[in-house]
Design a protein. Structure first.
Lengths: 259, 243
C-alpha cells in the first residue's frame, strides 16, 4: 500500500486521475441531481440504519460464533454435530432465502396465534426489522463460527497445558488463555467478514426495513431515474467500506501481532 | 393448534405436476444452476485476463484493473446487479440503435450470466493473481534454463504449481456464485428463490417452500463440496497433507 500511495504522482496516474475527475464532472453536470436536497435527511437516516444494523448484527453474531466455534472445536458430539450442521446450513443457502424464510415463514406463523397477537411482543414481531436483525445475526454467526472453530483448534496445546500447570481451573484457562488467543487469531478475518456483512445489509430492504438501499429505491420510484440514485448508493457503500477497512487496520495495529 | 405443522407437511404441494409446485421449483433450480455455471465461467475468463493484465500489463492497465477489482469488491452485490443489469441492457440497446438495428430483448438468462460474471471476475482476478505469485520464481527460471518454451513453462510448471493455491479460492467463489444467483430475484428473474417466493405466496405454506428451496441449495453445495474435494486431492497430489 505504501509505495502505491507514494507514487500517485506518476505521469500515467495523473492522467487516470484526470480521466476520473472528468467522468465525475460529466456526471455531476449532465445527470440529474436536483432530487438530492429533498432526500438528504432521509439518506442520512438510512445510512444510520445500515450502520446500526451492521454494528448490532456483527456484535450479536460474534457472541453467537464463540460458542459455535468452541462446540465444534472441543465440544462433545451432541454439541459439535448440531453446531456443524447449523454452520453448514447457514453457509450453504443464500441469505436472501434465509431472510424470506424467517420473515414470511415466522411472520405468518406468529400471526396465527391470538396469544402472540395479544402479547406485548406483537408490535415488534409485526415489524420487519427483528427478522432482518435475526437473519443477519445468524448469517454472521454461521460464517464466523467456522472461523472461530479453526481459531480455537489452532491455539497451541502447550499454552493450555501451561495454564493447567499453573493450577488454573478449566474456566480460568479458557477465560485467560484460550478465548483471548482464539479471538486474536480470528481478528484478521474479522475485517473481511464485517465488510461482507455490510454488503449483506441491503437485503433487508426486500422485507421493508428502511435502510439506505430502501431510501434509494424510494428515490428511483419517485423520480423515475435509473442511474443517478444507484451510482450515489454505490458511492455511499464504497465510502462505508473504506471507513471500515481503515478502522480495522487501525485496530489491528493496536493489537500486538506476535502474541 | 398444529395447523402450521400440517402446513409444513402438505407435501402434495411439492408434486411435480401443475397442482403441485415441485416442477416450477425444479425449473427455477435449473435456471439458478445455469446462471451460476455461465457466470462462473465468464468470471473465470475475466479472471484469467485480469490476472494476466495485473501481472504483465503496463502501468495504466494495472491501475484500471485495480480500480475494477476494488470497486466490485467494495459495493454490495445487490447494488452491482441492479447497476449492471440496467446499464448492460441500456448500453446494448444503444449500441444496437447505433449500428441501425432495432432494440433487442435481452433474455434474463444472458443478463444474469453477464452480471454474475462481472462480479465473479473481480474476485477470481485476485485469486488467480495470488496463486500465480505463490509459484516460486526459481522453478520458472529453472524451466526456462532447461530450454522450455513459454507455453511449455506454463503447462508443465506454472499451471500445476499454482493449481493447489488457486483451488480453495476458486471453490469458495463457485459456492458464492451459486448463492449470488438468488440476488437476481430482486430484478425479477425466475430463478429458484423468486419462484419459491411466488409458490409460497400463492399457497401460503411459506415454511414448506422456503425449506424445500433451502434443501435444494444445500444439496448443490454439498454435491459441489464432494467434487471440490476430488479436485483438491488431484491438485495437491504429491504434496504434504494439510494439518
Amino acid at each position: 500500500m505504501g509505495p502505491e500511495l507514494r507514487s500517485w504522482r506518476e505521469p500515467h496516474r495523473l492522467v487516470l486521475i484526470g480521466v476520473a475527475v472528468a467522468i465525475i464532472a460529466f456526471a455531476a453536470i449532465n445527470m440529474r441531481w436536483d432530487w438530492l436536497p429533498r432526500y438528504s435527511g432521509r439518506l442520512v437516516e438510512g445510512v444510520g440504519t445500515t450502520l446500526w444494523l451492521l454494528f448490532l448484527t456483527s456484535v450479536l453474531g460474534f457472541l453467537l460464533a464463540v460458542p459455535l466455534g468452541l462446540a465444534q472445536a472441543a465440544g462433545p458430539v451432541w454439541l459439535a454435530a448440531p453446531a456443524r450442521a447449523f454452520c453448514t446450513v447457514i453457509r450453504g443457502t443464500p441469505l436472501l432465502l434465509q431472510l424470506w424464510l424467517l420473515y414470511y415463514g415466522l411472520g405468518s406463523l406468529f400471526a396465527e396465534y391470538p396469544e402472540i397477537r395479544d402479547s406485548w411482543a406483537w408490535p415488534y414481531l409485526r415489524s420487519a426489522w427483528p427478522y432482518g436483525v435475526l437473519a443477519l445475526t445468524l448469517s454472521f454467526a454461521g460464517y464466523e463460527g467456522e472461523v472461530m472453530r479453526g481459531a480455537f483448534a489452532g491455539v497451541p496445546k502447550g499454552e493450555l497445558e501451561a495454564g493447567r500447570a499453573y493450577g488454573m481451573s478449566p474456566w480460568t484457562s479458557f477465560r485467560r488463555i484460550w478465548l483471548p488467543r482464539a479471538i486474536h487469531r480470528a481478528l484478521p478475518t474479522l475485517a473481511g467478514e464485517t465488510v461482507l456483512q455490510l454488503k449483506a445489509t441491503p437485503l433487508v430492504a426486500t422485507i421493508t426495513v428502511v435502510d439506505v438501499y430502501a431510501i434509494i429505491s424510494r428515490v428511483r420510484q419517485d423520480t423515475y431515474l435509473t442511474y443517478e440514485p444507484l451510482l450515489l448508493l454505490a458511492l455511499i457503500y464504497m465510502i462505508l467500506t473504506g471507513i471500515l477497512v481503515v478502522a480495522f487496520r487501525w485496530l489491528e495495529a493496536k493489537v500486538p501481532v506476535k502474541g | 393448534m398444529f395447523d402450521w405443522f400440517t402446513g409444513l407437511a402438505a407435501w402434495e404441494l411439492l408434486a411435480l405436476e401443475p397442482p403441485g409446485w415441485g416442477g416450477v421449483l425444479l425449473r427455477g433450480f435449473a435456471a439458478s444452476i445455469q446462471i451460476a455455471i455461465g457466470g462462473y465461467l465468464l468470471g473465470f475468463l475475466i479472471g484469467v485476463c485480469g490476472a494476466t493484465g495485473k501481472l504483465y500489463g503496463g502501468p495504466i492497465l494495472r491501475d484500471v484493473l485495480d480500480v475494477y477489482t476494488t470497486l466490485v469488491r467494495a459495493v454490495p452485490e445487490l447494488v452491482l446487479i441492479l447497476l449492471l443489469y440496467y446499464a448492460g441492457t441500456d448500453l446494448l440497446n444503444r449500441f444496437m440503435a447505433m449500428i441501425g438495428a432495432g432494440p433487442v430483448d435481452i433474455s434474463g438468462l444472458a443478463a444474469g450470466i453477464f452480471v454474475i460474471g462481472v462480479v465473479q471476475g473481480a474476485y477470481q482476478t485476485e485469486v488467480l493473481r495470488g496463486a500465480f505469485k505463490a509459484v516460486p520464481h526459481g522453478q520458472i527460471e529453472a524451466a526456462r534454463a532447461y530450454g522450455m518454451s513459454s507455453f511449455q513453462v506454463l503447462r508443465r510448471v506454472t499451471l500445476p504449481g499454482m493449481l493447489p493455491h488457486a483451488v480453495p479460492g476458486l471453490a469458495n467463489l463457485w459456492l458464492i456464485a451459486t448463492k449470488d444467483t438468488a440476488l437476481l430475484a430482486v430484478v425479477g428473474f425466475s430463478e429458484l428463490t423468486l419462484v419459491t417466493r411466488q409458490a409460497a405466496g400463492a399457497t401460503k405454506s411459506y415454511f414448506l417452500f422456503f425449506c424445500a428451496a433451502g434443501v435444494l441449495y444445500l444439496l448443490l453445495t454439498l454435491f459441489s463440496n464432494v467434487i471440490i474435494g476430488w479436485i483438491e486431492r488431484y491438485a495437491r497430489r504429491g504434496m504434504p497433507a494439510v494439518r
